[in-house]
Design a protein around this ligand. Structure first.
Ligand code: ZN
Length: 97
């Protein structure tokens, strides 16, 4: 996915489908290192369209795994920078499935 290749070039931290684990850290992506990249390098206005684009694919890949996250948790993980309530995350997940 070219969007992901772009993020990889800019940040060095990327997780590809279907595992969505960070290549550099092995953590679930967006990994803690990615999330601490300062806003002057990775702005919210950049992140929102990218994460919205990736979320439905990530939900399809990750939901229903034995130890896997539930769709609302996947929403929270990919848009960690927005203050979403559990109800809002659930509503977003329902629209993306
Ligand atoms: Zn990482």
């Amino acid at each position: 996915m070219t969007v992901l290749d772009g993020i990889r070039t800019v940040t060095g931290h990327i997780g590809y489908p279907p595992s969505w684990d960070c290549e550099a850290c092995g953590e679930p992506w967006p990994c803690p290192n990615f999330q601490t990249i300062p806003p002057d390098r990775l702005t919210t206005s950049t992140l929102i369209p990218v994460m919205a684009f990736l979320l439905s694919r990530a939900i399809k890949d990750l939901r229903g795994r034995p130890e896997g996250p539930e769709p609302p948790e996947i929403v929270q993980r990919f848009v960690w920078f927005l203050p979403l309530s559990d109800d809002e995350a659930r509503a977003i997940a329902l629209r993306l499935r």
